[in-house]
Ligand binder design. Structure first.
Ligand SMILES: Nc1ncnc2c1ncn2[C@@H]1O[C@H](COP(=O)(O)OP(=O)(O)OP(=O)(O)O)[C@@H](O)[C@H]1O
Ligand SMILES: [Mg+2]
Length: 277
């Protein structure tokens, strides 16, 4: 778990939730939500009680990608998460259906994130996956400063612009002492449907190279695959196909590596923070 920071409120655990995994990136549109959704479905299919919290308050895509949009019930003060494909879900999209954008400022964002973390009946979960909005802004900081995040997964494509922003995201997590579970490279290659050749649409090898340079683990490559996009657009994530399906296999490999990395991080002593005068 990431340690408490001096001058910040203590990071209280979320009762019943063993591990919080934040999925972030510096750059938008690199596949965070796709990774978060398929990681959550993959973990659930592997038998781990799992939840998925959509922290992209302004642009929530989890309802569409998980194929569900209903207003959650509340019992007393407690919001009941929706359940889809064995994953417990909470998203701003369930509370603000339709295309109308929200115009909120920092303090309101902060309270929504707190509500989602602590006002939702998550029950007993091994993993709560958190889909972050792009960048290194208010939501990320609010979450990281108050939630006991076990570790973060940083998503990038192999292109230089995406890698540059991934480095910024890794720096942000390092600065706030959230362990980086690893870097995952999305859209790594496209398999030609005619000749099976791998086409490096966004370049190649950048993810593993950057992970090495930054001293973080490399969690693997995910192919650029129309089936992944269709799964997102139709609300049936590709991981629903199961571990033995060739098109879903990379996401299950990611889920298993994540489980291993979380186990290592949970066993590691929390880093010491020195308080400077
Ligand atoms: N491996 C992939 N193969 C094919 N399409 C993909 C893949 N990963 C993501 N996509 C598609 O790319 C688009 C952007 O993905 P996604 O919404 O997951 O990115 P994001 O990083 O969450 O974006 P944002 O920063 O806006 O939150 C979506 O249409 C998604 O279906
Ligand atoms: Mg997203």
């Amino acid at each position: 778990m990431s340690p408490n920071q001096p001058g910040q409120p203590p990071k209280l655990p979320i009762p019943g939730v063993k591990n919080l995994i934040a999925v972030g990136s510096g750059k938008g549109g690199v596949g965070k939500t796709t990774v978060a959704v398929n990681l959550a479905v993959g973990l659930a299919k592997l038998g781990y009680p799992t939840g998925l919290m959509d922290a992209d308050v302004y642009g929530p895509n989890v309802p569409l990608m998980m194929g569900i949009n209903r207003t959650p019930m509340a019992y007393g003060e407690r919001i009941q998460p929706l359940d889809q494909y064995g994953v417990k879900l909470m998203s701003m999209g369930f509370l603000n259906p339709g295309d109308k954008p929200l115009v909120w400022r920092g303090p309101m964002l902060h309270s929504v994130i707190q509500q989602f973390l602590r006002g939702v009946d998550w029950g007993q979960l091994d993993y709560l996956v958190i889909d972050l909005p792009p960048g290194t802004g208010d939501v990320q900081l609010s979450l990281i400063q108050t939630a006991p995040v076990t570790g973060a997964i940083v998503v990038t494509t192999p292109s230089d612009v995406s890698l540059e922003d991934a480095r910024k995201a890794i720096h942000m997590f390092n600065q706030v002492k959230v362990p980086v579970l690893g870097l995952v490279e999305n859209m790594s290659w496209l398999k030609c449907p005619h000749c099976n050749e791998h086409i490096d649409v966004f370049s190649t090898g950048g993810g593993s190279r950057t992970a090495k340079e930054m001293g973080v683990n490399f969690l693997g490559e995910l192919p650029l695959d129309p089936v992944v996009r269709i799964g997102g657009d139709t609300g049936r994530p590709v991981a629903m196909r199961g571990e033995s399906d060739e098109r879903a296999a990379a996401f299950f490999a990611l889920a298993k590596r994540t489980v291993d990395r979380v186990a290592v991080e949970s066993a590691a002593p929390a880093p010491q923070i020195t308080i400077e005068d």
